[in-house]
Design a protein around this ligand. Structure first.
Ligand code: CAA
Length: 379
């Protein structure tokens, strides 16, 4: 639509003008640039999928636009697209969809305007791919719950002020009963543990979160008591569409860098783009990125028209993350020795791309989700 084209144009211009000049430095210092942060607030990138009445950009029914914005940010710096993508898709949006009016009033405005950063705290040392294995406990005490345990690998974790924390509140047959709480990180007993030193998306904050007798009021339960596993799966279904969009942007960046280099670099008396070995890499890269884009928009579209989109999002995330990894691999190869050097963006793209095959569900988990859907529902 015209609006979607406009969002692409505005976000591309913004990302090129403000994020690109500091992307390399952010990667090297492992810090998000505070000036970019402020500008992103003004541009409403922290509330893309939240209604205007809560201070967001009002694109809650246009996930394709949300994907396009995420894609354009990811084309320049994956650390930023994961920061805003996670904040919006697996923290702010679930509060908008599953939260009570009171929870929206208390938490959503600050998230949508970027005054507070959000994170989704699911993963633990013993609960990675096995999301149902959460050990962090929430024990009822009067009209409060007391949280004890720790989370790891939480994107935005160390700098977030609003968390969705997946806890165990009991046992249901063979399974643990899980419940999600909205936690304000200023609550006594909460602290940030280790900040991870990662291979890629280095400026994005990934941290351990520690809960020692953290008291959370009952009214901060997201959804209902015991609904936490199902809600987590639904939250991840949506988040994966945005992860896919981020990979489309990164794959596109690899493609553009490769085309530029192949049109400039001369070896054996001609531009290397004239060699078939390079041409085929570029052709495959372009085809894979475009396929990823279409799968991503399809999953977003299914979400917007109210269809079941879990397996479509998993397909998009699987294909887009593997395509961007392959694109980054080929982009470095096309750049030869220069591709290994920090002076060239493709070196960063290569490190950033690997992350996407792992977070918000590994490629193996996406295949499980897709196969499960097909086998249970018959395709
Ligand atoms: N929506 C609604 N319900 C769902 C669902 C979905 N998407 N997926 C499963 N369920 C339901 C099932 O229907 C089933 O219900 P019944 O018991 O009534 O039949 C129940 O939940 C259990 O489902 P499964 O048997 O499929 O559950 P499982 O334990 O075998 O595993 C899994 C499911 C897909 C492997 C899940 O554990 C999973 O997604 N794992 C990956 C977790 C993940 O992505 N982690 C990364 C977190 S992101 C992060 O950490 C970084 C960050 O900061 C954002």
């Amino acid at each position: 639509t015209k609006r979607q084209q406009m969002i692409r144009k505005i976000t591309r211009e913004f990302s090129e003008e403000y994020i690109a000049p500091v992307a390399e430095e952010s990667d090297q210092t492992s810090q998000l640039d505070p000036k970019v942060f402020e500008m992103m607030k003004k541009m409403k990138y922290f509330g893309t999928c939240i209604p205007k009445e809560y201070g967001g950009a009002g694109l809650q029914d246009d996930t394709i636009s949300f994907c396009i914005a995420t894609e354009e940010i990811g084309r320049i710096d994956a650390s930023w697209s994961i920061t805003t993508g996670v904040h919006c898709s697996v923290c702010a949006y679930p509060i908008y969809i599953f939260g009570t009016d009171d929870q929206k009033d208390r938490f959503l405005v600050d998230l949508a305007t970027g005054e507070k950063l959000g994170a989704f705290a699911l993963t633990e040392a013993n609960a990675g791919s096995d999301a149902g294995g959460v050990q962090l406990t929430a024990v009822k005490d009067g009209d409060e719950y007391i949280l004890n345990g720790s989370k790891i690998f939480a994107t935005n974790g160390g700098i977030a002020e609003t968390l969705l924390v997946v806890t165990t509140t009991g046992q249901k047959g063979r399974r643990k009963e899980l419940t999600i709480f909205i936690v304000d990180t200023n609550t006594p007993g909460y602290s940030v543990g280790i900040r991870e030193d990662k291979l890629g998306v280095r400026a994005s904050n990934t941290s351990e979160l520690v809960f020692q007798d953290v008291r959370v009021p009952e009214e901060n339960i997201l959804g209902r008591l015991g609904q936490g596993f199902r809600l987590s799966m639904q939250i991840l279904d949506y988040g994966r569409i945005l992860m896919a969009a981020q990979c489309v942007g990164l794959g596109q960046a690899c493609l553009e860098a490769s085309i530029k280099y192949a049109n400039e670099r001369v070896q054996f008396g001609q531009k290397i783009g004239r060699f078939q070995g390079i041409q085929w890499k570029i052709a495959d890269m372009a085809t894979a990125v475009e396929s990823s884009r279409l799968l991503t928009y399809k999953a977003a579209y299914k979400c917007d028209i109210g269809e079941d989109y879990g397996h479509a999002g998993a397909m998009a995330k699987l294909v887009a993350s593997e395509a961007s990894m392959q694109a980054a691999h080929d982009a470095v190869q096309i750049h030869g020795g220069y591709g290994l050097m920090k002076a060239y963006d493709v070196e960063r793209y290569f490190r950033d791309a690997k992350m996407a095959e792992i977070y918000e569900g590994t490629s193996e988990i996406q295949r499980y989700v897709i196969a499960n859907h097909l086998l249970r529902k018959g395709g």
